[in-house]
Design a protein around this ligand. Structure first.
Ligand SMILES: [Zn+2]
Length: 138
């Protein structure tokens, strides 16, 4: 019910985004299991603090293989618990491509790229303009 209490949309941007270890591990696992193809999914935050990523929502039909951006904007839901995207770079370089930057700019606030070998060091997080930001693992 509290969801509907406030009519105005608050522009609340947390200083520090967080992700649960479990969720990060799942993203890395997805990257590993789809390798050498790309995988893509959406990041869901907990609805209380709205700053902790707790779930990766996989989108059917997003995997195209190769190294092209895999998100079709018209497929992306309008859902306030979704705050960004995660996808893999099988190439091993977790740096956004031009297509990634276009997507980041249009959708979401935080984006994760995981790269092979999909370990705890082979991922990075970015804001909407492609600046690398810190994501605390909790
Ligand atoms: Zn990419």
């Amino acid at each position: 019910m509290s969801l509907f209490k406030h009519k105005e949309k608050k522009k609340y941007i947390p200083k520090q985004w967080k992700i649960t270890k479990n969720c990060l591990d799942t993203i890395l696992e997805c990257g590993k299991s789809e390798f050498p193809n790309e995988f893509g999914g959406l990041l869901r935050v907990d609805m209380e603090s709205k700053d902790t990523i707790i779930e990766i929502v996989l989108l059917p039909g997003t995997i195209s293989g190769g190294s092209q951006a895999i998100f079709k904007l018209h497929m992306l839901p309008i859902d306030f618990s979704i705050i960004g995207t995660a996808h893999s770079h099988p190439s091993g370089v977790p740096i956004p491509s031009r297509a990634d930057l276009t997507l980041f700019d249009k959708y979401g606030k935080i984006h994760i790229i995981v790269a092979s070998p999909f370990d705890e060091y082979s991922w990075k997080s970015y804001d909407y303009s492609g600046n690398q930001i810190k994501l605390e693992v909790v």
